[in-house]
Design a protein around this ligand. Structure first.
Ligand code: HEM
Length: 217
């Protein structure tokens, strides 16, 4: 997917309804549930055998940059707007982008030792900032101090539209955040959580292959 470079700034892009988004190419990606057998928790494996998860099966993605910031717009169908903090049964809706921090980082295990991945994680109960996560294999996900990923979200007629916006460069310590620059080809994958279906942590749907986005120089 080609990421067009805008002449004007990307500040307006924080609005998921901005008309600037019509300038972006649209990618549609199939999502599949994370494999039940790979869930590290025995309780989760047992309790979800009869209760399917990974309900959201498609995400539409648009990406734009202005030489300084990059903005991703993710859109998907979800009839329930789950915005309350985690409870016993219900969880907030969520979405995340995944980037390899090493060129050969595996996606399906969220990285591996020495081959970390970076996730930008939006949750509907904390709508204005994504958390920056680093993982090097299942069970190793950790949140870092980086608060530089601005988000804004809108739910309308059964569809979420969520923007993630960050500087292309990053001031985060090396190994904790993906770095981009105009002209780069960047690998990315997507995940979505349907909170009212008890989805959180490893229970979600994800795009099972890395996709390349190429930032116009
Ligand atoms: C595009 C793909 C993926 C993205 C963007 C992603 C993102 C994330 C994020 C942001 C978290 C932290 C959640 C939180 O704090 O509530 C997380 C946790 C987790 N993810 Fe993923 N994930 C992806 C793929 C997978 C796959 C394929 C599995 C396979 C089972 C998986 C298993 C887990 C597990 C078990 C956790 C719980 C925390 C941990 O054990 O480290 N993820 N993921």
């Amino acid at each position: 997917m080609r990421v067009r470079r805008l002449a004007a700034g990307t500040a307006d892009l924080l609005d998921p309804g901005s008309s600037l988004w019509s300038k972006a190419e649209t990618g549609t990606f199939e999502l599949i549930p994370t494999p039940l057998a790979m869930q590290p928790s025995a309780y989760v494996r047992a309790s979800r055998e009869q209760r399917p998860f990974g309900r959201v099966r498609e995400v539409e993605v648009r990406v734009l940059h202005d030489g300084e910031h990059v903005a991703f717009l993710l859109a998907w169908d979800d009839p329930d707007r789950d915005v309350e903090p985690p409870g016993d049964e219900r969880f907030p809706d969520g979405a995340a982008l995944l980037f390899p921090l090493a060129s050969d980082a595996p996606l399906v295990t969220m990285g591996a030792e020495g081959r970390a991945v970076n996730a930008w994680h939006w949750r509907a109960d904390r709508p204005e900032r994504a958390r920056n996560n680093v993982a090097a294999g299942l069970g190793t996900t950790r949140v870092t101090q980086d608060a530089s990923i601005a988000t804004s979200a809108r739910w309308d007629h059964g569809r979420w539209r969520v923007v993630f916006r960050r500087t292309l460069a990053s001031t985060a310590p090396a190994g904790e955040a993906v770095r981009m620059k105009p002209g780069d080809a960047v690998l990315v994958a997507f995940a979505v959580w349907d909170g009212s279906n008890g989805e959180r942590g490893g229970l979600k749907s994800f795009s099972p292959a890395w996709h390349t986005i190429t930032l116009e120089g």
